[in-house]
Design a protein around this ligand. Structure first.
Ligand code: DON
Length: 622
């Protein structure tokens, strides 16, 4: 008796406890007892913070969030605001204008050091208060309100929710921000800040007083890790190409006079704030947010630094960790002798393709195509080029294509016989840029893009057959005697068989066999071509094979009395002989020799198909 509970779909066991959640709970317990550090008091409102508050949050670039502890406890973002306003300044006035006002050199000094370049008064980087005040002065807007509104809405895009100003902290900071005011006036003195310094200072105090929680920090970090797009909302907070500039200054300057040790031990672009937040980014993978008010002598959260050190060590998050060799991006490489298109070939064509197939190589790529990967692929093609006529680059499993690939591949396409791209539809930016490059070189015609590998393989097969000057297939219908199923039959037997068959013609596009129908005949194709097609999810269709005169279809369902497993559609005008199931059955009594020969020919077809399939499967899974 079948255990109904097993097939009922009800839970068959307790849901497994999330290992990362469990690990974070252990990490939290371990550091919760940490007693070092002091809550910041130089901004009086901050002194009210509870030193025991402690939260850890990790957000992945595909939107999964792991959190433990006080992750929803609000606090002010403080200096963690600086990289985001720096990104906004880059967006608003452009890289050159920002670099003219703010450097990118670490100072090795504290966050509130008056580190200005002696001649120009240019703050050394945007992570120290001087640089941050200068960056605030570059934010576009018609008024102070408008500028702050822009900062708040961009921060909210990063956090994926509407953030607000903590007025009490803002006022507390504004009332006591004398050192920052001094810095502001120094900057005005050097024309780094061109308007009244109070305006930029006000925006700076407000940006520092935006209220966030630990979960927000992890999402803001994950948005940077995700190239500027919030993993939960899908909204873009900053242009993709500016993220690397933001992460660069976070890496070199984000932790001030602790930056060197931080990169050494943790190795993640990061930023800390005096309210106890620490934000860290693992590009392409995740964002970390930690909140704990007690600070060390450098103004960084004690528990925050300890947690990030441990996470980095435990999960190998160091961003300078040497990734596995880029060579692994070539998932598989094989030739046209190992795989073939779905177009069923005559034995003569098959023989030629088996001989010439090595002149075509298929490179099945995966992951991110960065410089080192493309360099490796192109070197393989160049090394093999003396033997190659075509190379197919299959991009189906490619997740991202770096712009450097456009330069290299454009050169390859211009210099090599035929480079074919499969599935580039997933990479519109890459395709557009490659098109532009080839058009600029007046060789737009060299861009060959195919929706699927099958179409690319067929194109290459046709190329090889055309180069082998194989006489084109006759367009007129072939005689029944020349049909593959009639091989070995005497002319008399062919005539006898013909008398039992019905001749059928189909118009272009006509459905000859419908999937799921009961099978009542097989077809001997003598004129035109048909394609065997199955429907895929989302309305897509997949071609299983294309048949030409001399081949048969619908035979398998006739033999196993099953239902049709695929649609068969006429690609053009088609002529066939139909052999009904009754006639086929009756042949055993009426013409056993014909039946035997037909079965033998059918079996040979099936074994040839299986041999090819085994060969292909072995190649593709290897
Ligand atoms: O300007 C200040 O002093 C504060 N609003 C921000 C300082 C800060 O967060 C330093 N970070 N560790």
């Amino acid at each position: 008796m079948l255990n109904q509970r097993l097939v009922s779909g009800d839970p068959i066991a307790e849901r497994v406890r999330c290992p990362i959640g469990a690990y974070l709970e252990r990490l939290h317990r371990k550091h919760a007892g940490e007693s070092g550090g002091e809550v910041a008091t130089y901004i009086p409102e901050l002194a009210k913070a509870n030193p025991d508050w402690f939260g850890i949050c990790i957000a992945t670039t595909d939107g999964k969030i792991y959190e433990v502890g006080d992750t929803r406890q609000g606090f002010t973002i403080q200096s963690i605001s600086k990289p985001f306003v720096y990104g906004l300044a880059l967006e608003d006035v452009g890289r050159d204008a920002v670099l003219a006002k703010i450097g990118v050199e670490p100072t090795g000094d504290a966050f509130n050091s008056i580190s200005l370049a002696p001649q120009t008064g240019r703050p050394l980087n945007p992570m120290i208060n001087a640089g941050a005040i200068a960056a605030a002065s570059l934010v576009a807007g018609h008024s102070a309100e408008d500028r702050f509104h822009r900062v708040l809405s961009v921060f909210s895009l990063y956090a994926g929710r509407a953030l607000e100003l903590d007025t009490a902290v803002f006022e507390s900071e504004s009332d006591t921000g004398h050192r920052n005011r001094a810095i502001g006036h120094m900057l005005r003195n050097f024309d780094i800040v061109t308007g009244p310094p109070e305006v930029s200072l006000d925006l700076y105090f407000r940006q520092c007083s935006i209220s966030v929680d630990c979960r927000d920090l992890s999402l803001m970090a994950a948005t940077l890790a995700n190239g500027g797009v919030n993993p939960l909302t899908g909204e873009r907070a900053v242009r993709h190409e500016l993220v690397e500039s933001v992460l660069s200054v976070m890496t070199t300057c984000g932790m001030y006079d602790y930056a060197g040790e931080w990169v050494y031990w943790v190795g993640l672009p990061a930023k800390s704030g005096v309210a106890g937040g620490v934000l860290a980014v693992l590009p392409g993978q995740l964002g970390i947010g930690v909140f704990s008010p007690p600070l060390d002598a450098r103004g960084n959260s004690v528990r925050g630094v300890a947690v990030c050190k441990e996470l980095s060590r435990e999960f190998n998050l160091h961003c300078l960790r040497v990734p596995r060799s880029a060579r692994s991006a070539v998932r598989a490489e094989y030739s046209l002798t190992a795989v073939s298109s779905k177009r069923r070939r005559t034995e003569r064509e098959r023989g030629l393709l088996d001989t010439l197939g090595e002149q075509v190589r298929i490179y099945d790529l995966q992951g991110d195509l960065v410089f080192a990967v493309i360099e490796a692929v192109v070197r393989r093609i160049v090394d093999a080029s003396s033997q190659l006529h075509c190379a197919i680059l299959d991009l189906q499993r490619v997740t991202d294509i770096d712009d450097s690939a456009v330069t290299i591949l454009a050169e390859l396409v211009l210099g090599f016989g035929a480079i074919l791209f499969v599935d580039a539809g997933n990479h519109p930016r890459f395709l557009r840029r490659l098109e532009e490059r080839l058009a600029a070189a007046q060789h737009h015609e060299r861009l060959r893009v195919f929706r699927d590998r099958d179409a690319a393989l067929e194109w290459c097969e046709n190329q090889l057959l055309a180069r082998a000057e194989l006489e084109p297939r006759p367009t007129d219908p072939i005689a029944l005697a020349d049909h593959g199923l009639c091989r070995g039959l005497s002319p008399e037997s062919v005539a006898a068989l013909e008398s039992m068959l019905t001749r059928e013609t189909f118009a272009a596009g006509e459905l000859i066999i419908r999937r799921g129908e009961a099978a009542d005949r097989m077809y001997l194709l003598v004129g035109g071509e048909v394609s065997v097609i199955v429907p895929l999810p989302a309305g897509r269709l997949m071609r299983l094979s294309t048949l030409s005169p001399g081949m048969a279809f619908g035979e398998l369902a006739v033999i196993d009395r099953g239902r049709r497993t695929a649609d068969v559609r006429a690609d053009g005008r088609v002529e066939c002989y139909a052999l009904s199931t009754e006639v086929f059955d009756r042949l055993a009594e009426t013409h056993p020799a014909i039946k035997m020969q037909l079965l033998q020919n059918l079996l040979r077809n099936v074994s040839q198909m299986l041999t090819r399939l085994n060969h292909e499967v072995t190649t593709l899974v290897m």
